[in-house]
Structures are given as structure tokens and as C-alpha cells.
Design a protein around this ligand. Structure first.
Ligand code: FAD
Length: 292
């Protein structure tokens, strides 16, 4: 089935994009990589009157690092992040998440901004970004505001963005030495599947190998990706030994509130979430030990 008629605009600035979205009111939609939106248009599950393509806006399509702080545009394709070696060295867990989206072809179009704003509870980049402590720079008719990534999706297909607002870019904080992050997902197939469970962990060690900060986030086990502060707290102050990992996994499982569906039961998802978080923490730990 083909989409109904719509107007297409490709602004060159954020201001122009915001003006177009305002003009379109509730009938306008942002188009990034189109990997979620275009299938919806084809199926006529969405029929906007105006599509505002944000891929030609420089702030939204660039990756920049300054004094260790990364800012990348919400319309940067996942593949560009994956292929940026310096970015992958600084934030391997975020790159892990971007590298799991669909196929090479899908990753060539799909963006982290689109993955977040599509608001699937199983979105693969989101737990890694939450664990990383990423903030989203949101621009709209009333100006700009910075919001933690965990506060954007509110439920399946729903976000906290107001009408006319777009996510312009993401900011990842400067990394202290001995930091590492990782994202893992469980799928029944080897690729091209939706996460049954996803887990992102980001941690920092001191010179003695004691964990000084940790953030743990889980996906596909609630109506949106969750930050689990209790899980991070179980690692802080420890050398991330077996006991700390066990307590972290228990905190993760306790935070899950999944649905039963044909891809996994509640009981299964709750158990696997703890396992995936433990494995992600072990990878993040290894990565932290390798940096200084
Ligand atoms: C074959 C296939 C495999 C896939 N596999 C995976 C997978 O393994 N893991 C996974 O997580 N996803 C997967 N997806 C889903 C999809 O690729 C991702 O959700 C993708 O990241 C969406 O990004 P996009 O740039 O294509 O967004 P679009 O489709 O362009 O937009 C998605 C939604 O977000 C809104 N939006 C986009 N950007 C912004 C912005 N900056 N500000 C405000 N609103 C915005 C749009 O209006 C739309 O509602 C797959 C899709 C396909 C087709």
C-alpha cells in the first residue's frame, strides 16, 4: 500500500525546521532516517500532511568532541557513529547499541534520535545512552532545553516532547580515566530481530580498581527503557566481584515490569534481564581496566 499525499520539506537550519513544524501543527512529522516512519506511512498507520526531513541540518548531522565531551546530532546515522573510531574508543557501549540496529543498510539511514523518538521500549541505542548519562538537546518554539535521555520516552510510541519540538543533538559527558561501558541484547535469532531484553552498563574505577560510579539501564522489560539506580549502587564501592554482580543482577530483575508476549514471558524476561546486565557489566569492567 502506498502513502497518501503529503508535503515534503528539507530545511537547512533548526529554526527553519521548527517554523515548518509549527506551521504544520499536529499534522507535521519529523523525518530522520525513515526506518520506522516510512514503514508506518506505507501501512497507513501514520498519514501526516507534512514531512520535515532533518537530515540536511548541519547541527543535526555532525559528530564533535571538545575536551572529551562528545556532542552528536540526532540525525547522525548509526553507521557513522559505529565507523567513528575515536567515538567507539570513548563510548564503546553506545557504539555497541548503534551497531545492533537492523542491518548495515538500516544502520546507514537509522539515527539515534529516531530510535529514541520512535519510543519503542526495545530500542537498542536507548539503554546504552541512558547508561552513558547522555542528555538530549531539545529545540522548539519556546527555545532550547537539555533533558536526560531517560526522560524522553514515556511509553510505547509516546515521548515527553511538546508539539513542534525536536531532539537536535545529544551530549555525552567527559569520561574519567578507567571508564568502560557496554550494551548487550538478547534476541532469539543472531540478527535483524527486536530485543527481548537489552542492558547497558557504564562504570568508572579508581586506581585501586574500586568502582566509583555506575549507571545501569534496561530495555524491553517495561513500557520504556529504565535507569536502575539501585543496580548502579550495588556496584559502587566494590571491586565488581561476583557478589556485587549478583546484587546488581537482582536489582535489575526487581526493576523489570515486562509484558508477556510470544517472544518471551514475564518470568523469562525478568531472569534474562539480570543475566544480560551482569554480562554487560563484565564487558564494561574489562573495558574500564584497559583504559587509563
Ligand atoms: C529492517 C529493520 C530492522 C530494524 N532493527 C532494529 C533493531 O535491531 N533495533 C532497533 O532498536 N530498531 C530497529 N529498527 C527500527 C528503526 O530502524 C530504528 O528505530 C531507527 O533508529 C529509527 O530511526 P530513524 O532515523 O530511521 O527514524 P524515523 O523513522 O525517521 O523516525 C522515527 C520517529 O521518530 C521521530 N523523530 C525522528 N527523529 C527525530 C528527532 N530528532 N526529533 C524528534 N522526533 C524525531 C519521527 O517523527 C518518527 O515518529 C529496525 C527497522 C527496520 C526497518
Amino acid at each position: 500500500m502506498y502513502p497518501s499525499r503529503f508535503r515534503y520539506e528539507a530545511p537547512r537550519s533548526i529554526d527553519e525546521a521548527i517554523a515548518l513544524l509549527q506551521e504544520g501543527g499536529g499534522e507535521a512529522k519529523v523525518l530522520a532516517g525513515g526506518q520506522s516512519l516510512v514503514p508506518l506511512l506505507k501501512l497507513r498507520f501514520a498519514s501526516p500532511e507534512l514531512l520535515v526531513d532533518i537530515k540536511g541540518i548541519p547541527e543535526m548531522t555532525s559528530i564533535a568532541a571538545q575536551s572529551g565531551v562528545y556532542r552528536f546530532g540526532a540525525a547522525v546515522p548509526c553507521m557513522a557513529l559505529v565507523e567513528d573510531k575515536a567515538f567507539g574508543k570513548a563510548w564503546p557501549g553506545v557504539a555497541d547499541g548503534a551497531n545492533l540496529i537492523g542491518s548495515i543498510q538500516v544502520r546507514g539511514r537509522a539515527t539515534v534520535g529516531g530510535n529514541l523518538c520512535n519510543a519503542s521500549p526495545a530500542a537498542d541505542t536507548v539503554p546504552a545512552m541512558i547508561a552513558a548519562g547522555a542528555t538530549a538537546s531539545i529545540v522548539g518554539p519556546n527555545g532550547r532545553r537539555e533533558v536526560p535521555v531517560e526522560d524522553i520516552a514515556t511509553g510505547p510510541g509516546k515521548t515527553s516532547l511538546a508539539n513542534g519540538e525536536i531532539v537536535a543533538s545529544f551530549l555525552l559527558p567527559r569520561r574519567p580515566p578507567r571508564s568502560g561501558d557496554a550494551y548487550l541484547r538478547f534476541i532469539p535469532r543472531t540478527e535483524m530481530d527486536i530485543a527481548v531484553v537489552g542492558a547497558g552498563v557504564n562504570l568508572t574505577l579508581d586506581e585501586a580498581g574500586v568502582c566509583t560510579q555506575a549507571r545501569v539501564s534496561i530495555g524491553a522489560v517495561a513500557e520504556r527503557a529504565l535507569l536502575v539506580p539501585e543496580a548502579g549502587a550495588a556496584l559502587i564501592g566494590t571491586k565488581i566481584d561476583a557478589d556485587a554482580l549478583k546484587r546488581m543482577a537482582a536489582a535489575v530483575s526487581a526493576a523489570c515490569r515486562p509484558i508477556d508476549d510470544k517472544r518471551g514471558t514475564k518470568v523469562y524476561r525478568i531472569k534474562v534481564a539480570g543475566v544480560m546486565a551482569r554480562r554487560a557489566a563484565e564487558i564494561a569492567l574489562e573495558r574500564a581496566r584497559r583504559t587509563n
